[in-house]
Design a protein around this ligand. Structure first.
Ligand SMILES: Cc1cc2nc3c(=O)[nH]c(=O)nc-3n(C[C@H](O)[C@H](O)[C@H](O)COP(=O)(O)OP(=O)(O)OC[C@H]3O[C@@H](n4cnc5c(N)ncnc54)[C@H](O)[C@@H]3O)c2cc1C
Length: 386
């Protein structure tokens, strides 16, 4: 067992730390306030080769693995959780193609995203089906050499600014086994960004409702055949669950560092807050939580890199996602508490971290869904302590 970071991981961390410090940190509060898409983040991450960390080298990605992406996400999420999502969005929107697409599809649809030439999004959730993926209503009908897609997708991260999306739709109404995946160019007739959400947090990455009104897609933009969409969607989500956890770890580290620095300076009862045992124990508990979550997240990233993100292995990815994201909420809350009244004010980044952390327990499978996966693994003995 090896715990020391590799040279490649250290280089990626340094690179992400530099972008976080020079570009993201100075703008994070403004981006949160205005909810304007931060193109400058995107371009800086692109120049640092941080947009295609898990994507194949042959098409312009770094092919550095999920652990490398987790490390990069952690660094940028220390200052802005939206930037953590930006780093992983290229993977979320193309892993289905990377895992199940043809070499031609990888070149045409993964390459431009890996190189930061196109922005992309992952379209699964609908108004009437979120956790219940089998209940999706989106339709894909064959018409000669084309498919005609009719769908409404909601809460799609990066959807309002995407050039390309991957969308899941059923080829037979009511049959979950007929779920298929299609790459759609957002300039296609019938595609529309119907609305952009007004969100509690993660405002640097817009989400919205996307409507597909009889959008025509060539057959060669169907990924992985007419069935198997469920398996493809879940593999894609599983492969990135530890990275959602990494957003939580980074956020919690950033919040803790800020609270610690404040506590060192804030005078109370003839000393500083760091002299008070109640505050010391809060900080210690925050560190314990962060370190535990970090190990779970790194292990999860490693499992993905070992190819263990299928249905029988996914429970440890769920453990990492659930623990790290819930930990981020606890730590962000305690960080506010350390600042007292100041923690509640927009003059400090902690109330933003607190709002951003809340998103993490909902996306890519809610905390409840992670627990259904973990419980099933225990009961089926994929996870055993015997
Ligand atoms: C900011 C944001 C960004 C997002 N980005 C994307 C994106 O890029 N692409 C995309 O496709 N989707 C995206 N989503 C959607 C997200 O994945 C869903 O919101 C999530 O999966 C939950 O689905 P739902 O909102 O329909 O809630 P529901 O499925 O209606 O769940 C409601 C509640 O019931 C619980 N619940 C549901 N089923 C069960 C069960 N079987 N057992 C126990 N509890 C259950 C849930 O945990 C939750 O607490 C995003 C959401 C948000 C908020």
């Amino acid at each position: 067992m090896e715990f020391a970071p590799s040279e490649a991981h250290t280089l990626i961390r340094d690179s992400a730390k530099r972008v976080a410090r020079e570009v993201i940190a100075p703008r994070a509060a403004e981006v949160d306030r205005t909810a304007q898409y931060p193109e400058d983040y995107f371009q800086a991450l692109r120049q640092a080769d941080l947009l295609g960390i898990t994507l194949p080298r042959e098409v312009g990605g770094a092919d550095a693995g999920t652990l490398a992406m987790g490390v990069a996400i952690e660094e940028v999420a220390k200052v802005d959780c939206s930037a953590g999502l930006m780093v992983m969005l290229g993977a979320l929107s193309t892993h289905t193609i990377k895992f199940f697409g043809t070499p031609d599809q990888v070149e045409r649809f993964v390459g431009p995203v890996a190189r930061g030439e196109k922005k992309a999004a992952f379209c699964l959730t609908e108004p009437d089906a979120g956790s219940d993926v089998a209940g999706l209503q989106a339709r894909a009908e064959r018409d000669g050499d084309e498919w005609v897609i009719t769908a409404q997708k909601q809460y799609i991260s990066g959807g309002p600014v995407a050039d390309q999306v991957i969308v899941f739709a059923k080829t037979e109404p009511g049959n979950p086994r007929s779920l298929a995946a299609f790459v759609v160019d957002t300039t296609s007739p019938g595609f529309e960004v119907t609305s952009v959400d007004r969100k509690m947090g993660v405002r640097g990455l817009p989400t919205g409702v996307l409507t597909f009104d009889r959008v025509r897609v060539p057959h060669d933009q169907m990924v992985g055949g007419e069935a198997g969409g469920m398996k493809m969607a879940l593999a894609t989500l599983n492969s990135l669950r530890p990275c959602v956890g990494a957003r939580g770890v980074g956020l919690a580290m950033g919040a803790t560092e800020y609270a610690l620095n404040y506590a060192r300076e804030r005078r109370a009862f003839g000393g500083t807050l760091t002299d008070l045992q109640a505050i010391q124990f809060k900080l210690a508990n925050m560190a314990i939580e962060i370190e535990a979550a970090k190990l779970l997240v790194y292990q999860g990233c490693w499992l993905v890199d070992e190819g263990k993100y299928g249905p029988s292995d996914g429970h440890m990815l769920s453990v990492a996602k659930a623990f790290a994201t819930e930990m981020a909420n606890r730590v962000a809350s305690e960080a506010i508490q350390i600042l007292g009244g100041q923690g509640y004010m927009e003059d400090h980044p902690l109330e933003r971290h607190y709002r951003d952390a809340r998103q993490l327990m909902i996306v890519e499978g809610t905390s409840e869904i992670q627990r259904t996966i973990i419980a099933k693994a225990l009961i089926d003995r994929n996870l055993s302590y015997a």
